[in-house]
Write a protein that binds this ligand. Structure first.
Ligand code: SAM
Length: 330
């Protein structure tokens, strides 16, 4: 099956059936995407309130797809295209899905840092639709991975868990505020596209070292502290962060907190063309939690990623990354 046509075919079935469900159930398109995804996974139509005519139309659409004939990446892409369409209809700031190009690159970095490991545990404290987390899992299929995802948004958690089911990943999801105590053991790896902005719960923020002395604290700073708390010594953390992380307010406090608890592994600035506005451009920030046998890298990996379509420049960066790993890790 050629990849484009497989993705298009599955997307069309999800899109057509979500449109029918949206109208009949008077719900949002995004909710309908999760409903139809669950139907596909359970291989039945779960919405009893549907009219016979709609049931027949949906059944007919489902006959066009046999999920077990699709590769996981094809399933992820088709479902996420539909989720993306639903999120455009009603997106709130900070709830945007992590784009594929960035997720794939983060998956590649996770695979480099965990090279030679038989398996590991991983968690995303701002898992959203799980596009980032499942892309990372799909890039590391040769390893045994225990995965966990947390998000405060109950609809996104539903979209995420249906996505995980369809891709045959067993991920444990929690619907809660990640800046409250978590019900997970420390992990080997954290990967997250951090929500950027203020955390409105000042009382909750007060228990963090990185809380603001006056007014609301930065959620992204608290997320870094919380993630480190739930990471094993020597574990790696990969965050998508705003480029202004170390120039904005409280950067000094963040810097000294990081010096105490982690070793900075690298910062890779993503091409500005990936973002609508330069102001919102981001970088991948990589750290390792300190521990008795953990050593600081001689040099952090600092790079500016070129436009992903510029193959020659990309090859140069990949070589720079490979050389860094040879010197520092292997
Ligand atoms: N990587 C995700 C994906 O691929 O869909 C997108 C992450 S999005 C940039 C940030 C997420 O953080 C949103 O889904 C939002 O609901 C979540 N979030 C914001 N504040 C949170 C909190 N206090 N606890 C848990 N999740 C939170």
């Amino acid at each position: 099956m050629a990849q484009i046509s497989a993705v298009e075919k599955l997307f069309t079935v999800i899109d057509n059936t979500a449109t029918i469900l949206k109208e009949e159930l008077a719900c949002t398109y995004l909710e309908a995407v999760a409903e139809t995804g669950e139907n596909l996974f359970q291989n039945t139509i779960l919405q009893e309130e549907l009219s016979e005519l709609s049931k027949k139309r949906i059944e007919k659409e489902y006959t066009h797809v046999k999920l077990d004939q699709y590769a996981v990446e094809e399933i992820r892409k088709s479902y996420q295209l539909a989720a993306l369409k639903g999120m455009k209809e009603a997106t709130q700031a900070n709830h945007e899905m992590t784009p594929d190009a960035i997720s794939i690159f983060m998956g590649y970095l996770v695979s480099k840092f965990t090279e030679g490991w038989k398996g590991f545990s991983i968690f995303d404290p701002a898992v959203g639709t799980a596009n980032l987390l499942t892309t990372v899992l799909n890039q590391n299929q040769s390893k045994e991975i225990d995965a966990f995802g947390i998000d405060v948004d109950d609809l996104l958690i539903k979209v995420a868990y249906v996505s995980a089911n369809l891709q045959r990943h067993s991920i444990q999801f929690y619907n809660q505020d990640s800046l409250q105590p978590l019900y997970i053991d420390p992990m080997d790896v954290v990967v997250s596209d951090l929500p950027v902005g203020y955390y409105p719960n000042d009382l909750g923020a007060a228990s963090f070292e990185l809380h603001a002395k006056k007014g609301h604290s930065y959620a992204h700073h608290l997320f870094i502290e919380q993630s480190l708390k739930y990471t094993k010594e020597g574990g790696y953390l990969f965050f998508l962060v705003p480029n202004h992380l170390f120039t904005s307010e409280y950067a000094k406090e963040l810097n000294s907190f990081l010096k105490e608890h982690a070793y900075i592994q690298g910062m890779i600035q993503l091409p500005l063309t990936l973002f609508k506005n330069e102001k919102y451009a981001k970088s991948i920030f990589m750290i390792q939690k300190k521990g008795p046998n953990v050593k600081a890298p001689k040099q952090a990996l600092l790079a500016n990623l070129p436009k992903l379509s510029n193959q020659t420049a990309m090859a140069g960066i990949i070589k720079q990354i490979d050389d860094w790993f040879k010197q520092e890790k292997y």
